[in-house]
Design a protein around this ligand. Structure first.
Ligand code: DQA
Length: 160
């Protein structure tokens, strides 16, 4: 259990953030054969339902999405004020943003990397993740289930 998680155990419930990066606002329209047919709004609604029915320890599940690297960094910097864990799909920034990598490394809040698609079997550049080593776990290639696995990982870690 990390310090952030230990702190969460003392509060009314675990507070988690699902953070999505660039172009994920276009889910549902964007390459549905790769990313599925759910819109971002539908994906978030299904995750909220999953979290609240499967993990009563989760008191709050919030969502944010940005197409801007600096905004994502600002959200990460402020996360300790509100969140005990972050499920993060940095989208294309995964493959080259050392600025996001450094932000994840410096914050005290545990971050789990997720991707809808299997980044290992697509273009070569997608198999590189510059954020992976500063995240506590990663789940990918399973559509929305990758996000659910990340939520479960954080929720179960917090109750150990
Ligand atoms: C993605 C994979 C990235 O390579 C891509 O740039 C995305 C989405 C995924 O969820 O599969 O935008 O992160």
């Amino acid at each position: 259990m990390t310090d952030a998680m230990a702190c969460a155990a003392d509060k009314a419930g675990l507070s988690l953030l699902v953070l999505n990066g660039p172009n994920l606002n276009l889910l549902g329209k964007r390459n549905p054969e790769i990313y599925g047919v759910l819109t971002l709004e539908q994906l978030e609604a299904e995750l909220a339902e999953y979290a609240h029915t499967s993990y009563p320890s989760i008191g709050e599940l919030d969502f944010a999405q940005s197409n801007h690297e600096g905004t994502l960094i600002d959200v990460l910097h402020l996360a300790h004020l509100e969140f005990d864990g972050i499920v993060f799909n940095p989208a294309a920034y995964t493959h080259y943003s050392y600025a996001l990598r450094d932000a994840i490394e410096v914050i005290d809040v545990p971050v789990v990397e997720v991707h809808l698609s299997n980044v290992d079997v697509r273009e070569d550049f997608r198999s590189v993740s510059v954020v992976r080593e500063v995240c506590i776990a990663h789940f990918y290639g399973d559509g929305i289930q990758s996000y659910k696995d990340a939520i479960a990982y954080l929720a179960e870690g917090a109750t150990e």
